[in-house]
Design a protein around this ligand. Structure first.
Ligand SMILES: Nc1ncnc2c1ncn2[C@@H]1O[C@H](COP(=O)(O)OP(=O)(O)OP(=O)(O)O)[C@@H](O)[C@H]1O
Length: 228
């Protein structure tokens, strides 16, 4: 599903963010990516959806070889991957409904299918009653739930979340985690970068620790005592 072999990413300014990293993530897994600031977590995640391109090594994501993939096929790769950011990145001029619908409209889905599916995912995230509201009228937790609805509306195989609870208080963070758990239980692979050791220690999943561009720990569910 996601396979990286001996991947190195060197930025044009000379910074090597990922060093000779190899990893396999299987369909249906939930994986935390942890590590100190500047360790390479975001770069690791960006390589998966080809926001950044590896300098060396091989990457295969959802059946696409990211080294040889043609530019015209990148949108198809991205359809397999939903992405959630710390700062939500909703479109401020669009309503909740429009934010989620847009992700389907740009890939040419029929209006009737869009309406059915958008209402379905907004129901899943508990925001069906907010369809006409604009993002700045929502709390941070609600905005993140809209962002998650948008990320899953095209039923991706993988959901990537870069610090999804980074701007949220504990209560909202737990709500977001419950939602990610539910999405994972429906079969979607979840890869989540986080600094939140309380979450990592309480909701047990595989943990990849990255430091200085290398995996320093790859631990299955169990006893981590992770503390950032
Ligand atoms: N676009 C870029 N150009 C040059 N260097 C970059 C770029 N993006 C990240 N870096 C550098 O690569 C290294 C890894 O950064 P990255 O953002 O992947 O770390 P991170 O673990 O996600 O950090 P944080 O937890 O602070 O978000 C850092 O040294 C950073 O300064």
């Amino acid at each position: 599903m996601i396979e990286m072999k001996k991947v190195t990413k060197k930025y044009s300014n000379g910074t090597t963010a990922i060093r000779n990293l190899s990893i396999t993530i299987n369909q249906g897994e939930f994986v935390y990516v942890v590590g100190p600031s500047g360790a390479g977590k975001s770069t690791f995640i960006k390589l998966m959806y080809r926001e950044e391109i590896a300098t060396k090594g091989t990457l295969n994501v959802c059946g696409y070889d990211l080294l040889t993939i043609k530019n015209r096929n990148v949108p198809y790769l991205r359809r397999e991957i939903g992405i959630v950011f710390q700062d939500y990145k909703l479109l401020p001029q669009k309503t909740v409904y429009e934010n989620v619908a847009y992700a389907m409209q740009v890939i040419g889905k029929k209006p009737r299918e869009v309406k059915r599916r958008v209402l379905e995912v907004l129901d899943l995230v508990g925001l069906k009653h907010k369809v006409r509201v604009f993002p700045d009228e929502l709390s941070g937790g609600e905005q993140q739930r809209v962002a998650i609805a948008r990320a899953i509306v095209n039923t991706p195989k993988v959901l990537i979340a870069d610090e999804p609870t980074g701007n949220l208080d504990p209560e909202n963070s737990w709500e977001i985690m419950e939602l990610l758990e539910r999405i994972n239980n429906q079969g979607t692979t979840v890869v989540m970068a986080t600094h939140n050791s309380t979450i990592v220690n309480r909701i047990r999943h595989r943990v990849l620790a990255i430091e200085n561009g290398r995996i320093t720990r790859d631990q299955d569910e169990g006893d981590y005592g992770y503390d950032d």
